[in-house]
Design a protein around this ligand. Sequence first.
Ligand code: ASP
Length: 347
Amino acid sequence: MSKKPAILLIYTGGTIGMVKDYKTNALKAFDFSQILKKIPELKQLHCKITTISFDEPIDSSNMNTQYYIQIAEILEENYQQFDGFVILTGSDTMSYTSSAISFMLENLQKPVIFTGSQLPIGDLRTDAKENLITSIEIASARKNDEPIIKEVCLYFEYKLYRANRTTKINAEQFEAFTSLNYPSLAESGVHLTYHHHLLHQPTEKSKNLIVRKKLATNIVVLKLFPGITKEVIASILLIPKLKGVILETYGAGNAPTEKWFINLIKNAINKGIAVVNITQCVGGSVILGHYETSTQLKKIGIVDGKDLTTESAVAKLMYLLGEKLSEDKFKRFFESSLRGELTKTER
Ligand code: ASP
């Protein structure tokens, strides 16, 4: 039998790492280094598991860019010694965190799988065991002595997704995530079936991992709604030191054509604020210029967010603004696929 892959299991917090105290009925965090004792089935997997945990595990609502950097540094320090990584976080902000980590890891050649659960690991009906066991199996999976997965993914309820394509869509059902603009990369049923043609294949294998840690946080997500006022938009665009705006528009990237609206956006762009157009729809893409309602936006230099999710657009904006690129380069990079996060179009 081949050498056992070494897997690093990183616990940052969230429901998955909790157990019920049957006397009090309260949920409490358990010592993650004891995971092999709690889930003896893990010993049956063909891999060697090492665990590491945040000193103080967090609910993922408290996630922020400092924690992103902490996760990225754990990956950086352990990248050579391990064959694959499984990161456990709360599901609430998992799509944001995993998208950000995907941009922070350039030239990634190993699997980084995010997972969590809707019910604690100690609960009788828990979804945690399956999510955890299959994520570890995927992180260990190899073909021709190479990892099958070489990108940042999110595994939940029998499906493996490209992380930066996902969105949390349900707070109650086990099937909590979706990826409407890119198919799942693998499914777990009787067999674990990978869709090899959909997996990211790094072209330059000799390149070393680069970890990008300069993230800009002076950004805002501005969701349009019918009736939004000039005062609201103007005051948001006047936020001191604002560097980027994710403008969540309607349908295929449509927004009001009123003069005051276009002028406010135009002034912001002229001031050097990057304004990105993404759609409020969970599926589909911005098509700038498709309707009259987006031709003005195109003319004034809005960045085309294409079919990015909000989570991925936020992460990409933090990353690219942190890199301090020229305006031209920023637009070009934002509109290209850097980690498979958007669909290339010939428009
Ligand atoms: N509130 C929890 C969190 O996101 C929910 C979960 O773990 O899924 O941390």
